[in-house]
Ligand binder design. Structure first.
Ligand code: NAD
Ligand code: 3PG
Length: 531
């Protein structure tokens, strides 16, 4: 059945066409995002949800989203999505980090000009037939100092455009390297210095616990008299009430706000103050940006739903469609190795160590790690997937470590997974053959060569004659067909292992018959998702 996607915000219909062209069943309901009850009623039918900022993807909504695999944000900010709840539920959250950055940077620059020259008020006055030529005295941008808080994608473009306007640019961004700052032609400063030196301040940080209220009452008080402040990033970054007071007192000469602590903002402390220019969250609203983000989000969501490619996800390592093709068998192998050790381990797991050797060590290890962890975690929770597995492992305090090496041996590459518990360590290794089929190649340090099947039986025994016969005969007597039979033995310890690939899961009778022979130390039926 074709995957189903719901578009619940005002996305360009380009997205709808792309979903259709990719064979996805799409419902376009651009106002549904504002109606949380109705959205909750229908969300259970969909594999994908495409949104902008109006739809709130809360934990309560996700509770009802039984088939949801991906939330695609046609835009940048995902503060309207509960990403922790999505990860726990195994839902990928992706955005389009570049599609509207130029448009938003241009809006910030437009706001600076509008505030510097009081254009909206002058326009309103002129429309009213007042011709107040001497009322609107502005300031030039040339030669002024612009303080940019957050010099990422949008902040970086603002810096570039501001330098073109002959402004001096200082930037506060703890994650901006000195070399990058130099390349951008900006002076990297601490927040205190930015506040005291800037004639204009513009914000371009996401809203996080660290950035919330970054322009607090206290920080606003440190700004230069006559400063003009622009916020085209997120409401909540600036103390709006404190700013309103400073605008009234004349300490702040003007402000340009596109975003507000509460949106939609129909009433706000900044409204109707002199020289405050407001727009209703229009930063990304150009035809170019909306085409870009709609196209990108629809492509990304389709690629994920159809090919498993992960792009611009916030809660899962990326994997391009190309990588997904090449890595597909290795991702499967990683899951099987995880499933093997997971099913073999009944006690709490303390640590998971993953070794990548040879060709696989150059691949996207983050995605492979997720697959190993998901395979292991499924022993306790079959609903765990690649997105939720790392969250579940973290919640349980399991330490994950990886090693990658290139010690070419008998195989082009292999993965070895070891789980550590209080009682023991258990390991299994596997590879992918040239036919693209994953194989188990080592269990407990004993070499084997076993194809992976949906139903398998793993046994260990003292290395004595008669084991093959007993296994074959017992399965046969109980009507279980053996598709493949692999044996291995430790050279010194006298232990042997067998891994049988069966046409169906062995029934209890067959397992008790094996137990009754007294020949086996361990008899463990295993299941693998080979679909
Ligand atoms: N008004 C709109 O319509 C609109 C449109 C697009 C994006 N946005 C918003 O603009 C903001 C920036 O988007 P972006 O694409 O440039 O993001 P980005 O991730 O590319 O850049 C954010 C920058 O902030 C920096 N940063 C993080 N924490 C910081 C801190 N505590 N102090 C200082 N700097 C910090 C990061 O290092 C990064 O360089 C986001 O909040 C986004 O939601 C608004
Ligand atoms: O984060 C973003 O991309 C912007 O805030 C745009 O939001 P919008 O899609 O609701 O206009």
């Amino acid at each position: 059945m074709a995957p189903r996607v719901l578009v619940s915000d005002k996305l360009s219909e380009t997205a709808v066409q792309i979903f259709r062209d990719r064979g996805i069943d799409v419902d376009f309901m651009p106002d549904l995002g504002k109606d949380k009850e109705k959205l909750a009623e229908v969300i259970g039918q969909y594999d994908g949800l495409a949104i902008r900022s109006a739809t709130k993807v809360t934990a309560a909504l996700l509770e009802k989203a039984d088939h949801l695999k991906v939330v695609g944000r046609a835009g940048i900010g995902t503060d309207n999505v509960d990403k922790d709840a999505a990860s726990k539920k195994g839902v990928i959250v992706m955005n389009t980090p570049f599609g509207n950055m130029i448009t938003t940077a241009e809006h910030a620059i437009a706001m600076m000009f509008a505030v510097a020259r009081q254009i909206p008020e002058a326009s309103a006055s002129t429309h009213a037939g007042k011709w107040e030529k001497s009322r609107f005295m502005g300031v030039e941008l040339t030669g002024k100092t612009l303080g940019v808080i957050g010099a990422g994608n949008i902040g970086g473009i603002v810096c570039d455009r501001a330098r073109g306007l002959k402004m001096k640019v200082v930037a506060y961004d703890p994650y901006l390297g000195a070399e990058k700052a130099e390349k951008m032609g900006v002076e990297k400063v601490e927040l205190e210095e930015l506040l005291t030196r800037s004639d204009f301040i513009t914000l371009h940080v996401p809203l996080t616990d660290q950035t919330r209220n970054i322009l607090s009452k206290e920080n606003l008080a440190k700004t230069k008299k006559g400063v003009r402040i622009v916020n085209c990033a997120r409401g909540g970054l600036v103390d709006e009430a404190a700013l309103a007071e400073l605008l009234k007192s004349g300490h702040v000469a003007g402000a340009g706000f596109d975003v507000f602590a509460e949106e939609p903002a129909t009433d706000n402390v900044l409204f109707n103050l002199p020289n405050v220019v407001c727009t209703p969250h229009l930063g990304a609203s150009t035809s170019e940006a909306q085409e870009n983000v709609a196209l990108q989000v629809a492509e990304q969501m389709s690629n994920y739903l159809i090919d498993g490619a992960v792009e611009n996800a916030l809660n899962m390592p990326s994997m391009t469609a190309e990588e997904a093709k090449v890595m597909g068998p290795w991702v499967k192998l990683a899951g099987h190795l995880g499933a093997f050790v997971g099913q073999m381990t009944d006690e709490p797991i303390k640590a998971i160590n993953i070794l990548y050797d040879g060709v696989v060590s150059d691949m996207n290890l983050a995605a492979l790690n997720c697959s190993v962890i998901a395979g292991i975690m499924k022993r306790a929770n079959p609903d765990v997937n690649l997105v939720s597995a790392p969250v579940v492992a973290k919640e349980r305090g399991i330490q994950i470590s990886t090693t990658n090496q290139d010690k070419s041996g008998a195989f082009d590459g292999y993965i070895k997974v070891t789980v550590v518990t209080d009682k023991r360590e258990r390991s299994v290794a596997g590879t992918v053959f040239s036919d693209g089929k994953p194989r188990f190649i080592q269990i407990k340090g004993i070499n084997i060569d076993a194809e992976v099947g949906a139903h398998m039986l793993y046994t260990t025994n003292e290395d004595v004659p008669g084991i093959i016969g007993t296994l074959g005969q017992t399965m046969g007597q109980n009507g279980v067909n053996i598709a493949n039979f692999t044996l291995g033995r430790a050279s010194a310890a006298g232990e042997a292992i067998a891994l049988l690939y069966l046409d169906e899961a062995p029934r209890k009778d067959a397992l008790s018959a094996l137990e009754q022979t007294g020949l086996f130390r361990q008899i463990k039926p295993l299941q693998f998702d080979i679909a």
